[in-house]
Design a protein around this ligand. Structure first.
Ligand code: FES
Length: 97
């Protein structure tokens, strides 16, 4: 088990490696969009992955293509539905819906 820290609230939850970041966030009760249900098509699960980026799966071409269409994207941007969690702690910054 590793820890997921969700900012700006600063709440923490445990997750199991191998699950998606989106599923971990939803299990933790986080308010995050997921209109396309994890298919990298809507961009509503966009967030900033601020810590633990090396322990998760790399950005896929489909994720990159969708991120290119979004406003407010930065170097730490990810689509939560496309991130598979590893063994290390991660911290995310949720965006306003
Ligand atoms: S849920 Fe639609 S892009 Fe992640």
């Amino acid at each position: 088990m590793a820890t997921l820290t969700i900012n700006p609230a600063g709440s923490t939850f445990e997750f199991t490696a191998g699950q998606t970041l989106l599923s971990a966030l939803l299990a933790a009760g986080a308010v995050i969009g997921h209109k396309c249900e994890g298919n990298a098509k809507c961009g509503s699960c966009h967030l900033f992955l601020t810590e633990g980026r090396k322990s998760v799966t790399k950005t896929t071409p489909a994720e990159n293509a969708k991120l290119d269409e979004l406003v407010g994207v930065g170097s730490k941007s990810r689509l939560a539905c496309q991130v598979t969690l590893g063994e290390e702690n991660v911290t995310v910054e949720l965006l306003k819906l």
